[in-house]
Design a protein around this ligand. Sequence first.
Ligand SMILES: NC(=O)c1ccc[n+]([C@@H]2O[C@H](COP(=O)([O-])OP(=O)(O)OC[C@H]3O[C@@H](n4cnc5c(N)ncnc54)[C@H](OP(=O)(O)O)[C@@H]3O)[C@@H](O)[C@H]2O)c1
Length: 297
Amino acid sequence: MNQPELLLNNGLRMPQLGFGVFQIAAQDCAGVVKTALEAGYRLVDTAQTYCNEREVGRAIRESGLAREDIWVTTKIWVTEYGRGKTHKSLDASLERLGLEYVDMVLLHFPVPSVFERTIGAWQDLEEELTDGRVRAIGVCNFHTHHLERLMEACTIVPAVNQVELHPYLSQQPLMDFHRKHGIATQAWSPLGAVMLYDAAGVDKPVHLLEDRTICALAQRYGKSPAQIVLRWHVQRGVAVIPKSVHAERIRQNLDILDFALSDRDMELMNGLNRNMRGALDPDDVRVDTYATRMYEQ
Ligand SMILES: NC(=O)c1ccc[n+]([C@@H]2O[C@H](COP(=O)([O-])OP(=O)(O)OC[C@H]3O[C@@H](n4cnc5c(N)ncnc54)[C@H](OP(=O)(O)O)[C@@H]3O)[C@@H](O)[C@H]2O)c1
């Protein structure tokens, strides 16, 4: 299958369609990742806090695919930030994955209250590039002002910023900033799985895939709502990492290359933006914000 790729600012080509493994239980993860690789995915997105790096690594080793044909991303958790500390944390991730290198390492969040630790972590990752254990480095959940602070203090511009991004949070201003600085945009919760609420309150979550406009487009194009949303991302030049534990959906989410949304329908989709963020605003993240759910150290 000829899949689209994004050219990163370090000259590497990253698959635009990837597979996310957040909230896939460790006991299921190897099987699900193998299904995804068999379906044709060539990028797997994990993180230290997903507690499934071991199973991701096992699925890759047992897939029969050449290591260089699979893009593996992991993420450093905020408690692991700081000069020197992040090197050690990457040692542990590589050991769990059972891999000699990862294609990309991302800082999972900025920590605005102690940003010097975020900078220390980034400086460690910059060194990892020269040590060859990492091919690309990037960040997640950075606002433009976090990127500006990082770029002022450091040498290497992130290759990727992975952020919450779906039709209800289209992130156009951030994407404009990315384009200006050569940073690729990768969408997490590309299908809007993160809990979204409007004025109706928390007892009534909003389900993006039930949106009337998206469902009408799905009917018109003969595709599922998820395929319409993923196609919108791809046509905007955004990389996606949808997660599913169901083989049929895993295949469906990759099967979006045989149609295109018209310019008019892209505009229609762009018009759905409500700046509706499901996750915590990155400006409010502190080291102790989330109960740390890490592997045993
Ligand atoms: N950097 C960060 O801070 C961050 C944060 C969150 C997530 N992520 C990454 O982004 C990835 C994706 O985000 P996400 O898992 O939050 O959300 P998502 O991919 O937008 O959506 C996943 C949800 O949609 C369902 N789904 C998948 N395909 C579907 C389809 N074709 N039709 C209907 N429903 C479908 C899945 O259910 P089933 O599994 O039951 O099919 C699951 O409930 C994660 O796995 C992770 O790798 C990163």
